[in-house]
Design a protein around this ligand. Structure first.
Ligand SMILES: [Zn+2]
Length: 207
């Protein structure tokens, strides 16, 4: 995996993949390196995801780094200040303005690093990550290992029926699977939350 070289203008880096592929760990690794170089770093994550505490990014392997909670991508702009590096985790929960906000920050000369899910539990592109990938300078896809067959896993399997696209949960509700072992859970079609819903419109629950 290559590291971007120092550059006089800003840019956007995106780290995407399924759950348990090490996205947050990779984000924390890049942010730490910037901090070691004494760059000013500001880190944000969506208020929806407080699984491991509100004031830190924490990876599944327990790496952690202090962060601020924001409701949507637009909340990041006034908080970015003089930061040279902006880290954003769980980008898929920050709403449709995330690409625009990341673009604005990069135009301001900042290095913007966003991690998030590229697909939802059905294997469909998870907005606004596709739009963000389109405008990013650097893209890293992380893969997990399929818990069923051991192949490289690009998808997130929901292991029990829940309504809606946004159901925050950790171990137990989701697992990584390859495209052959991934299945879409049976859902009652009457549920209004299934299908074309957008992040933030559904009730969420924490596992
Ligand atoms: Zn598999």
């Amino acid at each position: 995996m290559h590291e971007p070289r120092p550059h006089p203008t800003g840019w956007i880096e995106v780290v995407v993949g399924p759950m348990y592929s090490g996205k947050t760990e990779e984000l924390i690794r890049r942010l730490r390196r910037a901090q070691i170089a004494r760059q000013r770093v500001e880190i944000f994550k969506p208020a929806i995801d407080v699984r491991y505490g509100a004031d830190h990014l924490v990876s599944h392997s327990e790496s952690r780094i202090p962060s601020q909670l924001v409701a949507t991508a637009n909340d990041i702009l006034p908080l970015a200040g003089e930061a040279q590096v902006i880290g954003i985790d769980e980008g898929q929960f920050l709403g449709p303005d995330l690409p625009k906000v990341a673009d604005r920050l990069a135009e301001d000369g900042k290095r913007v690093i966003v991690a998030g899910l590229d697909q939802d539990y059905r294997g469909q592109p998870f907005e606004p990550m596709p739009q963000l990938l389109a405008i990013a300078e650097y893209i890293t896809k992380t893969l997990a290992i399929c818990v069923v067959c051991g192949a490289p896993a690009s998808r997130t399997q929901r292991t029990r029926p829940e309504h809606g696209r946004v159901v925050v949960g950790g171990a137990g509700l989701y697992e990584a699977r390859c495209r052959r072992c991934h299945t879409i859970p049976d859902e009652t079609p009457a549920g209004s939350g299934a299908g074309g819903s957008t992040p933030g419109q559904n009730a969420t629950e924490t596992a």
